[in-house]
Write a protein that binds this ligand. Structure first.
Ligand SMILES: [Zn+2]
Length: 758
């Protein structure tokens, strides 16, 4: 067991996480049985994968009534089994750390991990965390559990697309199913052996599902609710409609973060059934396909009904299997979620809930010879792109280079697959189809012509929205260079975020900000940096970001105490931050970018896009950037230092963390233009603005007041002998002076020269 004893290292109280010590290696294919107490977890089990392994299948079963078991899986490093001080770990924290999970409502959990997606099967240990949650309050039933993990070098058989002919509708989504059981006699023809209309319909639907399964080879089953409804009559009618049932973002196995995926590819990427990955109702289908029950009646299409033959229609009858393939393909994620209905007012051109979708993420608008990503356009530009005629392009390479693309030999951008973008916009068809012109024979054109029975170009296009079976390698998670970060929309507030263990994964974060009245205040946290994310664990009060108070009359080492009255939460995520809605305006920033989500008091779940204040490439060769403190004998106050880019002059930016006369945390800033021994400069306190307020015009002009002075005598970071003297006087009713003379100063964080950012 390894323990991080941070409290002795830092100028503040830091949480210390326990790391689990899994002790039971699972042998591939050999079941183990054990009992797990009620409302408890185990991190004891892991399995080592070899580089030759292609699939990992894990089954976790319990027949004990009254319990709900679940499992979480992560590669590389184990789950902690408790928080610091042995406190129980929370499920939400476990979920943050897991790469896969099977937490369905029943007790037959399974995971199947292949070499695809953002967390592909790869060599090394895969750690399990297994929970037993009691369903009944007040009981404590141990679960009898059977666990088997099986590694294999061969691919499992593709799972099926299961069709439900008895789905139940509701007022918003009517679902008539009697059409599937229509007893009107029918003559077997074109390969369909059904002897009633209903049987022929069911046979044709099942045939469509079978054809799809042959092409997609999903390792997890996909459920389709098959319905009928009156979708209108006339010479031009909607034959059918379908779409995903649910949209999901930000499962760790999804290749693109901050992006909507349809529930079909979500299940596929989750390595388990949708309901087990999302703890959803397992009777819910992932796709609902609704066919027009007027087509087979005399009133629609001039009495030309659906062709249900297994061989394609050769008449003017619409080919049911083609229609079913087309609609299910939409349901599998071949659909843009951008609102393109010109009648939708101010919503026109907006993304679904402000977030990218994976289909639209493949699109670019070709305008005046320039290709621009559809998701990075303004709402108004997206409406223009949706009506751009030949200007809406699918730029993902696998479709561009596909043998099915008739334009693949042309030079870019003429080689791209073109999407349907007529002017005026057709709200139900534009963007979400392949262009009618130039792509004859394609299944996913807006109007069915003939009877295509294969996905063709839609196959590589589905790859891009979550259906790829291509092998992937795990992405390299960003490891940032320590230093200052800020969101330009909240300029004046910021963080210093730096590693404190050499080559390790523990970071300290100080948030210097302002309260509702604009007074400077600061918060601090520390924790593990895993998978490109900083996830400080919650303390005994449930806070993962702490405010501190200071009482100089208390004994050394106890002067600083956590203020439990202030709610604080924080996480910082560097992975694909540029895709996050909050980072839209920072898309062009080239340094480290992170999404900071925090809660302080009543400022709940704020989301800021943090960028480096002084990117690594601009730092001078002698870089003092980092967290500094006096040592454990005088803990509680400290400094964030940042070397300024004007190389050679030794310029320094500093923030002093101190306390007012009532022990409240305050900060003051100082800038040294040219650092020399004994450099003395003014300490400035800034009258800022609240965290949820807009950046005031002209900020920070006229906002600084002199609260004292500070004098540095610094040796390079990591060398001994640095000193600081200062005196800071907070004004007003909380007046007090916080001062030190010739205090030793030591860098707490890893010096910049010793960091290895990625
Ligand atoms: Zn369509």
């Amino acid at each position: 067991m390894k323990r991080f004893l941070l409290a002795s290292l830092t100028f503040l109280l830091l949480a210390a996480g326990l790391q689990a010590a899994p002790s039971i290696p699972l042998q591939s294919g050999t079941p183990v049985s054990f009992n797990l107490a009620a409302n408890s977890l185990t991190t004891s089990y892991f399995i080592n994968a070899a580089s030759s392994d292609r699939f990992l299948r894990i089954n976790l079963d319990s027949s004990t009534a009254g319990v709900n078991i679940g499992m979480y899986l992560r590669h590389g490093t184990p789950f902690p089994d408790s928080l610091s001080g042995g406190r129980p770990i929370s499920l939400s924290y476990i979920e943050e750390l897991s790469h896969y999970r099977s937490i369905g409502p029943d007790n037959a959990e399974w995971l199947q991990i292949g070499r695809t997606g953002a967390e592909p099967l790869r060599a090394g240990p895969w750690y399990l965390l297994i929970v037993n949650l009691n369903l009944a309050q007040g009981t404590s039933i141990p679960a009898s559990i059977a666990l088997t993990a099986t590694l294999s070098q061969s691919e499992p058989a593709a799972a099926s697309f299961a069709v439900n002919f008895n789905a139940v509708g509701n007022a918003q989504q009517p679902c008539s199913t009697s059409e599937w059981f229509d007893n009107t006699p029918a003559t077997p023809s074109a390969g369909n052996t059904g002897t009633t209309l209903g049987a022929q319909r069911r046979n044709a639907m099942l045939r469509a599902a079978e054809l799809l399964a042959q092409e997609l080879q999903s390792p997890v089953p996909i459920n389709i609710d098959a319905c009928w409804d009156n979708l209108g009559t006339g010479n031009s009618v909607t034959l059918a409609q379908a779409g995903p049932r649910t949209l999901v973002t930000d499962l760790p196995s999804m290749p693109r973060k901050y992006t909507w995926y349809a529930d079909g590819p979500t299940a596929r990427l989750s390595g388990t059934a949708f309901c087990k990955a999302l703890d959803d109702d397992c009777s819910r289908a992932q796709i609902r396909a609704t066919f027009n029950n007027q087509v087979d009646t005399a009133s629609a299409l001039g009495a030309v009904g659906f062709h249900y033959g297994f061989q394609a229609s050769t008449t003017s009858s619409p080919d049911f299997i083609t229609v079913a393939l087309h609609e299910i393909t939409h349901g599998l994620g071949f659909i843009s979620l951008v609102e393109i209905d010109p009648d939708s007012g101010s919503d026109a051109g907006t993304k679904f809930l402000g977030t990218d979708d994976i289909f639209s993420a493949q699109l670019s608008w070709l305008q005046a010879g320039q290709l621009r990503p559809f998701n990075q356009l303004s709402d108004a530009e997206r409406m223009q792109a949706a009506a751009a005629g030949s200007g809406l392009k699918w730029i993902d390479a696998s479709a561009t280079n596909s043998i099915s693309n008739p334009r693949r030999a042309l030079p870019a951008p003429d080689n791209y697959v073109q999407l349907y973008a007529p002017n005026p916009i057709s709200a139900g068809s534009s963007v979400s189809h392949i262009d009618q012109d130039g792509f004859s024979g394609e299944l996913m054109r807006p109007f069915i012509v003939g009877a295509p029975r294969t996905l063709s170009l839609a196959r590589p296009m589905l790859d891009a929205v979550g259906w790829s079976n291509a092998e992937t390698s795990a992405g390299i998670d960003p490891v940032p260079f320590g230093g200052f970060f800020y969101d330009p929309r909240h300029s004046g507030h910021g963080i210093e975020f730096s590693p404190v263990t050499a080559g390790g994964d523990v970071y300290v974060l100080i948030f210097y900000t302002y309260d509702a009245a604009g007074n400077p205040e600061w918060f601090l946290t520390s924790g593990r940096f895993l998978d490109g994310r900083f996830l400080p664990e919650p303390d005994v009060n449930g806070n993962s970001l702490q405010r501190f108070t200071y009482d100089p009359t208390r004994p050394s080492g106890q002067r600083q105490q956590v203020d439990a009255s202030v709610r604080g939460r924080l996480r910082l995520d560097f992975v694909q931050a540029a895709n996050a809605p909050t980072c839209v305006a920072a898309a062009a920033f080239s340094g480290y970018l992170a999404v900071m989500t925090f809660t302080i008091g009543d400022d709940s779940e704020q989301t800021w896009c943090m960028q480096e204040l002084i990117p690594a490439g601009l730092r001078p060769s002698v870089d003092m950037t980092g967290t500094w403190y006096a040592g454990p004998q005088d803990s509680g106050w400290g400094l964030s230092l940042g070397s300024l880019p004007n190389a050679g002059s030794g310029g320094l930016f500093s923030i002093l963390y101190y306390y007012d006369g009532q022990g409240k945390p305050r900060w003051a800033l100082a800038t040294v233009d040219a650092l020399s021994a004994g450099s003395t400069v003014d300490l400035l306190s800034r009258n800022g603005y609240c965290r949820t307020c807009a950046l005031p015009a002209g900020f920070p002009a006229g906002r600084d007041s002199d609260v004292g002075s500070i004098s540095f005598s610094l040796q390079p970071a990591g060398s001994a002998g640095s000193q600081v003297s200062y005196s800071a006087s907070w004004p007003g009713i909380e007046a007090g002076t916080f001062a030190r003379t010739a205090s030793p100063l030591t860098i707490l964080s890893i010096p910049a020269a010793d960091q290895q950012p990625q």
